[in-house]
Design a binder for this molecule. Structure first.
Ligand code: NAP
Length: 289
């Protein structure tokens, strides 16, 4: 039977702008439908100026939660009743649960990345040495979550050095002293020799600049696990190069799928069908090219 929303339907709202290309509504609604759950996931584009009143109005409706994306992940925090400790440490929220009228913010971006890494490369990040390229919003969530999940060492490299220094200091103060900045080609080469996992957390290699590599390919050795958070294209030049050199690779779409899966569990208390989410995500991304 076709499902349509009624007055009892629980809503999950995606807030951001622009949202035209988001695959989250399709991923979540597919699982609601497959599990016969009376929920509906709806994208709502909202400007920064209107965020407060839109969020306040929607929170008063039959809403189970929100996903939040660019440009509101930081600004939304001031309107929340509570903040989960990891989200507070990251300083950004991508998931909000509404329970008994109270709003609590979470961040599942880093967790999504780590679940993807652990499932696809079959490793635990605990005790691992990681080299993370980039210090933007996504890399920041990943770095903090790696620290929370007991990675042994987190090396940060960023085009703008001051941002890497700031993030590294924050990690060391807010979690534990596990982070260091890479500031020279020599220390970069050494970190590449000793680390277990390389993560591209920059936008280098993203469509339409698909021919770009974030590092010199001669530094990629066979025993490295190479992850890319860029998911457009699905297989970046970095991942293709690493695969050709014999590395295990972890494509970026997994992070998007697993951050959604973690949010789904928070909204509903139900384990999502990750396979279904993955099928929808891959079908949508493939159809765009
Ligand atoms: P962001 O906040 O704008 O950060 C961009 C990062 O990339 C910064 O560290 C920036 O360095 C670096 N960068 C950009 N262009 C560069 C260049 N030409 N050379 C060297 N460094 C460069 O962006 P974001 O939100 O973190 O997103 C980054 C990428 O991750 C995007 O491709 C996005 O689509 C992807 N993403 C994926 C997921 C997922 O679920 N897989 C989730 C979120 C984002 P500076 O600090 O020096 O500017």
């Amino acid at each position: 039977m076709t499902h349509y929303p009624t007055v009892t339907t629980k809503l999950v709202i995606l807030l951001g702008k622009p949202l035209g290309h988001s695959i989250s509504p399709a991923m979540h609604n597919r699982v609601f439908e497959k599990l016969g759950m009376d929920y509906c996931y709806m994208p709502v584009e909202v400007t920064e100026k209107n965020l407060k009143k839109v969020f306040s109005g929607l929170s008063a409706m039959n809403v189970a939660g929100f996903n939040v994306t660019i440009p509101h992940k930081i600004n939304i925090i001031e309107y929340l009743d509570e903040l989960d400790p990891l989200a507070a440490t990251i300083g950004a929220v991508n998931t909000i649960c509404v329970k008994s009228g109270k709003t609590t913010g979470y961040n599942t971006d880093g967790e999504g990345f780590i679940r993807s890494l652990e499932n696809e490369a079959q490793i635990s990040v605990k005790g691992k040495r990681v080299l993370l390229l980039g210090c933007g919003g996504a890399a920041r969530a990943i770095a903090m979550t790696l620290a929370f999940r007991d990675a042994e060492k987190i090396y940060l490299y960023n085009r703008t050095l001051a941002k890497a220094e700031g993030l590294s200091e924050e990690i060391n103060c807010k979690t534990r002293p596990c982070s260091a900045v890479i500031a020279s080609p020599e220390s970069f080469r050494k970190a590449m020799e000793t680390c277990d996992i390389l993560i591209n957390g920059t936008s280098i290699g993203m469509h339409p600049h698909e021919d770009l590599l974030p590092i010199d390919e001669s530094l990629i050795s066979q025993n490295l696990i190479v992850a890319d958070i860029v998911y457009n294209p699905l297989m970046t030049k970095l991942l293709r190069t690493a695969r050709d050199r014999g590395c295990s690779i972890v494509p970026g779409l997994g992070m998007l799928i697993y951050q959604g899966a973690a949010a789904f569990k928070l909204f509903t208390g139900v384990e999502p069908l990750v396979e279904e989410m993955s099928e929808v995500a891959h079908a949508l991304m493939t159809s765009r090219h």
